[in-house]
Design a binder for this molecule. Structure first.
Ligand code: SAM
Length: 318
């Protein structure tokens, strides 16, 4: 295990944080799932907007670090020495929390020698859990500069910096050579990305032959439209949910073969119901996702009415 570092509540980009913001591409209909008190999420429909988002951040600089610091202090945690358990639900921006990450890792047979790329990694909670529990090396990519800085701080604060490299970049234009990774990992990032062909094309390009793609995602159900706001979108114009058949075909066209395809909608409904029935803990996502109770209630309603479904899947590429 790497030696834990002293935490820096107000992080600066460090040696394991690489920014590719000057290279951000032109792209259509890419949006951010954003936890802020700004209108959320923020669409990045053109290069100007994308550069704005990445140069200044869609929220005040280091807003996510401040929110997490406040939540940890309210929970009585020491910022000088953090474990990944101290972070609770703060850094896993997806349904079913940590269980979703470990179940998917087992399904994808993650090994210590694997090098994983997490696309749309957010604050890096899944990367820290994977690096610590499986001993693998992680590279994380996110479009949000604020999240990247906070992820780097938390990696350092939990003593995991040596195993995790944070890269500020766009999943639609990954700054890595072909065949760089054993596994591409993605949880709840594609719902805001319209150009899924390009997203999975890039995933395939950076995977070695025989590599795996592991996803935990929200997809469209048979009943449409969905109720808004939801955690990834306040309005329909920035939500891009694919139907099951469509996604399967797209992944096949991108060079992926299905090795596991599980609909976890029922389990997710049960878990969300239980979560909503209990009190909100001090380290829950409600501490910094605006309008969280309404968005969560809509999430449950959409699941129950079959407007959305939960997909856990693993693919291999030849
Ligand atoms: C709901 S969060 C999920 C974070 C993380 N995967 C997790 O499960 O904790 C979605 C993340 O995807 C990122 N994202 C959205 N579009 C992206 C893109 N084109 N390239 C890189 N990251 C993107 C957002 O900034 C956000 O941090």
């Amino acid at each position: 295990m790497p030696t834990p570092h002293r935490s820096r509540p107000w992080p600066k980009a460090g040696p394991n944080h690489h920014s590719f913001r000057e290279d951000l591409p032109t792209r259509d209909n890419t949006t951010l799932l954003e936890a802020s008190d700004e209108p959320s999420p923020i669409a990045t429909r053109d290069r100007t907007r994308a550069r704005h988002v990445c140069d200044r951040g869609p929220v005040q600089p280091r807003r996510s670090a401040r929110a997490i610091t406040d939540a940890l202090q309210a929970a009585g945690k020491s910022l000088d020495r953090l474990s990944i358990n101290d972070l609770g639900l703060l850094d896993e921006f997806h349904l079913l929390g940590r269980a979703a990450t470990t179940d998917l890792a087992d399904l994808a047979a993650i090994q210590a020698e694997d090098h994983l790329l997490d696309i749309g990694a957010g604050l890096g909670g899944p990367a820290r859990l994977l690096a610590q529990s499986y001993g693998c090396h992680m590279t994380t990519v996110d479009l949000n500069a604020d999240y990247c800085e906070t992820a780097e701080w938390l990696n350092s604060a939990t003593g995991l910096s040596e195993r995790i490299t944070v890269v500020h970049a766009d999943a639609l234009r990954l700054p890595f050579p072909d065949g760089s990774f054993d596994v591409v990992w993605s949880q709840h990032a594609q719902m805001n990305i319209a150009d899924k062909r390009r997203l999975y094309g890039e995933a395939r390009r950076v995977l070695r032959d025989g590599g795996r793609l592991a996803v935990w995602d929200i997809i469209a159900g048979p009943v449409q439209p969905i109720h808004f706001p939801v955690p990834w979108a306040d309005t329909p114009d920035i939500s891009f949910l694919a139907h099951s058949d469509e996604l399967r075909q797209l992944l096949h066209d991108s060079g992926f073969e299905v090795t596991a395809w599980n609909d976890l909608t029922s389990q997710t409904i049960e878990s969300l119901r239980a979560q909503m029935a209990g009190p909100a803990g001090p380290t829950g996502l409600q501490t910094y996702v605006p309008n969280f109770p309404t968005k969560t209630a809509n999430l449950l309603l959409n699941l129950k009415e079959q407007r959305i479904r939960m997909l856990q899947a693993v693919f291999t590429c030849e």
